[in-house]
Design a protein around this ligand. Structure first.
Ligand code: SAH
Length: 251
């Protein structure tokens, strides 16, 4: 199932030149994803051509942010990236395919999805991918003796379709190291969500570093300025049920 007409040009417009082997591996990933989707509900997109744009191109729009972060890495070693709420492996797997020198951790709260993504990554021979089942609230929690394994652990946290900014920021920011970034794939509501999340970002010691317009949507980039206060993220479900810094209309 090769890429549809114009797809390679659309990727090239992002400043990304893909090699034939990379296109093959992206193709292979899509086939595995769509096949797994017949058994488990991972994505509403079932059409191959549509998936090249809505999944692969959309994931690859994060590449410029990751490339910059890699260039600015002020230490030895690979860039560490977390895909928070990866679902069927998006955007993490396509990014891991084109950035073999970076290390990707794919997190999801649903064990079944994580098992499938782990299998897919194995079949693709992705040695730079690790999968974890669990909730960000627990795994990014502060604890003097045994801090969550995700806390302060990543140069960049990426996420797509996991929640509005005020909610997602509380999950993502604690996982980034100080000076690290969160690059969140958003739609046209990015500005609206940013206004709503203004207080939350302040409470989390994060700042809006910029918003990029992409062919498939918008990417909101946050920078973690200082350590996240110890009480964040709050316990499981709390970020979503009572978004940080958002006044509740109803009791
Ligand atoms: N990023 C994928 C999936 C989006 S669906 C894509 O773009 O296609 C959102 C996913 O986030 C779900 O699979 C859900 O299980 C996961 N998720 C939601 N809240 C989470 C949390 N607090 N911790 C870990 N995973 C979470």
């Amino acid at each position: 199932m090769p890429p549809p007409r114009g797809w390679i040009e659309r990727v090239a417009a992002l400043g990304i030149e893909l090699e034939a082997g990379e296109i093959d591996r992206l193709d292979r990933y899509l086939s595995l994803l769509l096949a797994a989707n017949e058994r488990t509900n991972l994505t509403a997109v079932r059409d191959g051509d549509e998936a090249w744009d809505r999944h692969l191109l959309d994931a690859l729009t994060l590449l410029p942010v990751l490339a910059d972060a890699g260039d600015n890495l002020q230490r030895e070693g690979a860039l560490r990236v977390l895909d928070l709420g990866t679902g069927g492996g998006l955007p993490g797997i396509p990014l891991a395919i084109v950035l073999p020198g970076s290390r990707f951790t794919l997190l999801d709260a649903t064990r079944k999805k994580v098992d499938i993504v782990g299998e897919i990554a194995g079949e693709l021979g992705r040695g730079n991918v690790e999968v974890i089942a669990g909730r960000a609230e627990t795994l990014a929690a502060w604890d003097k003796r045994s801090p969550g394994v995700l806390r302060d652990a990543f140069d960049v946290v990426v996420a797509r379709a996991v929640g509005r900014l005020a909610v997602l920021a509380e999950l993502a920011v604690p996982c980034a190291r100080v000076g690290g970034l969160c690059a969140l794939v958003k739609g046209q509501k990015a500005d609206e969500e940013l206004v709503e999340a203004k207080k939350a970002l302040h409470m989390l010691h994060a700042a809006h570093a910029g918003t990029l317009d992409t062919p498939t949507g918008r990417i909101v980039v946050l920078e973690k300025r200082r350590e996240t206060p110890r009480m964040y993220p709050r316990r499981d479900g709390e970020p979503k049920n009572r978004p940080l810094g958002v006044t509740q209309d109803r009791a």
